[in-house]
Design a binder for this molecule. Structure first.
Ligand code: AMP
Ligand code: DBH
Length: 555
């Protein structure tokens, strides 16, 4: 035997075996091989992404939050210290799930990258989530830790996290943002384990269409591919500065190209907890922001702010709008108002992301939601029987590809409905595809409300309303709204007394009830109407379109 080949110092290091987390639906082996061969999956991890940025640009600005600004070196030091704390003080191990509920503060970046370094798996909760959602996330994911801020927007998240931790046996503790950077200077760094590129990197949320929100498991390999390509498509560079005014944990602001794309480009992330025009316009000017992602209601509020004229916004290169359909009339105002390019972004946490390109003609930018990232994104536009429709004809969008999941986390029954037998995700969006592959979103077939980019499953709210003892029946629909696109409208039938008269119950009682059961703030209906009966379909199921039509006739 050749002694050289067995010398451990000169043989290839053993490749790290992926860690199996039960309930993650893998890509079929032949597809994984194809995506590797094509160079999409390069076998890297998010910790490596940060370490490369630190090595290449240690003194470049990485994160700005209020008066705090950190270089890549600063960020890396904080990540290292927190990784030690996570391992040594909280017993966090590779593969462990950790619920992260933080506002747009610098600690978010530290926490997420420290978890990546440890090989643990952040689950991205939104600040608006409450007990109902946090309980569900912790139970579904068997989380070991909750990371949150003491207060967000006046709400006591520390108390909520402590309550949830007390109710879910897997949760061993709560880490508060104020303890994220302990004075542990000089403490020896705990040893981190190797992480495989095929490992589960994090759990993202789906807007969902059922009673409980679904979790989306993404790997380092697949997500990094979408991040790198997004950074290229959006022309990020070392001088890019992204203002994050929407919730930073949203899939859009994480990856399209998001804060991860910024790190790939060695640019800077500017965070704000105030998405109002005063704060946003001042920050763009002060920090020379080049790119800003927004949902349509946000962009509208910035467009309509008279003080826009008073700010020097010339640093802006691109305003990205996505998450919900941007109306043409608003789209037309963006380039003149901000003096930069508009980019429409149509994406989903499940995978597929489409962008209008920065050199597209203005008509394409105004009238479409863009083109897929990758030539290997398979896009099918089909009729009710899953047969392809010709270009230019509306149809349901199905997709499969190198960064689109093959199934939700631990939801096999749901997967049977949300995926085709050959692994295409049923997006629930009705689109028109142009000959050249550009998509325009024209409607929706899924039972979901898109409230200014926040996705809501009517069934979840109906179930919450039905837990009130005086509610006999409830139906929730989206009604169209100028600013938000859609608002949440609930019709509620009260229980009757034995003499047939309804039990007194006011909308305000129901709002209180929904807050008490711990429903996320944005899911509480904008309108609650007390009605005598719900319109029924032939088979006795509530006719959602009927309720929406009734409502339109009233307003
Ligand atoms: P989710 O699956 O919860 O990540 O939400 C993704 C969904 O948001 C998509 O399937 C669309 O319904 C919607 N969406 C995202 N971006 C756009 C856009 N630019 N225009 C219209 N709808 C969008
Ligand atoms: O709405 C979304 O989920 C979304 C929008 C734009 C998204 O996930 C994305 C870009 O990546």
């Amino acid at each position: 035997m050749n002694p050289v080949a067995t010398d451990p110092l000169i043989t290839d290091p053993p490749t790290v075996q992926p860690l199996t987390v039960e309930g993650v639906v893998p890509y079929p082996a032949e597809f994984a091989a194809r995506y590797r061969q094509a160079g999409h999956w390069i076998g890297a991890t998010f910790d490596e992404l940060l370490r490369e940025a630190v090595a290449a640009a240690p003194n470049s600005l990485a994160v700005v939050d209020g008066e705090r600004s950190w270089t890549y070196r600063d960020l890396d030091a904080r990540v290292g210290r927190l990784a030690t704390v996570l391992i040594a003080d909280h017993g966090v191990r590779r593969g462990d799930r950790v619920v992260v509920q933080l506002p747009n503060i610098a600690e978010f970046v530290v926490v997420v990258f420290a978890l990546f370094r440890v090989g643990a798996v952040p689950l991205f909760a939104l600040p608006a989530h409450r007990r109902s959602e946090l309980l569900h996330f912790c139970r579904e994911a068997e989380a070991v830790l909750i990371v949150t801020a003491e207060r967000i927007g006046g709400f006591d998240h520390a108390a909520l996290a402590a309550e949830v931790a007390g109710l879910v046996p897997s949760v061993r503790g709560v880490l508060l943002a104020s303890d994220v950077d302990p004075a542990s200077e000089g403490r020896p760094e705990a040893e981190t384990v190797a992480v495989a590129p095929g490992d589960l990197a994090f759990l993202q949320l789906s807007g969902g269409t059922t009673g409980t929100p679904k979790l989306i498991a993404r790997t380092h390999d697949d997500y990094l591919y979408s991040v790198r390509e997004s950074a290229r498509i959006c022309r990020l560079h070392a001088g890019s500065r992204m203002l994050v005014a929407m919730p930073v944990a949203h899939n859009f602001t994480m990856s399209s190209p998001g804060i991860l794309g910024i790190i790939a480009a060695r640019g800077a992330i500017v965070l704000t907890t105030d998405p109002g025009p005063d704060a946003v316009l001042a920050l763009i000017e002060r920090h020379g922001v080049t790119i800003v992602p927004a949902v349509p209601p946000l962009i509208l509020s910035w467009l309509n702010a008279p003080q826009r004229q008073e700010h020097d916004l010339r640093s802006l290169e691109v305003v990205q709008v996505g998450g919900a359909k941007l109306s043409r009339s608003v789209a037309e105002r963006i380039e003149p108002a901000f003096g930069c390019r508009l980019q429409q972004v149509f994406g989903m946490a499940e995978g597929l992301v489409n962008y209008t390109r920065l050199d597209d003609d203005i008509e394409t930018v105004l009238s479409t939601q863009g083109l897929r990232i990758s030539a290997d994104d398979e896009v099918r536009v089909v009729d009710e029987t899953d047969r392809p429709v010709p270009p230019g004809t509306p149809g349901a969008l199905l997709t499969r590809g190198p960064y689109t999941i093959r199934g939700y986390f631990r939801a096999p029954e749901h997967d049977a409905r949300s995926f085709t037998a050959d692994g295409f995700y049923r997006t629930g969006d009705i689109v028109v595809e142009r000959e050249d592959g550009y998509l325009t979103v024209v409607g929706r077939s899924k039972d979901q409300i898109n409230r200014g980019g926040e996705k809501i499953a009517p069934e979840e709210i109906e179930n919450a309303l039905l837990t009130h003892p005086d509610v006999h029946d409830a139906s929730v629909v989206g009604i169209s709204d100028e600013a938000m696109g859609e608002r949440v409208h609930a019709s509620v039938v009260r229980r009757a007394r034995p003499d047939g008269t309804p039990i007194p119950l006011r909308p305000v009682d129901l709002r209180r009830h929904l807050a008490a059961v711990g429903l996320a703030v944005y899911k509480v209906p904008d309108v609650i109407a007390l009605v005598d009966e719900l319109p029924a379909t032939g088979v006795g199921k509530v006719d959602r379109r009927g309720v929406a039509a009734q409502e339109r006739n009233h307003s």
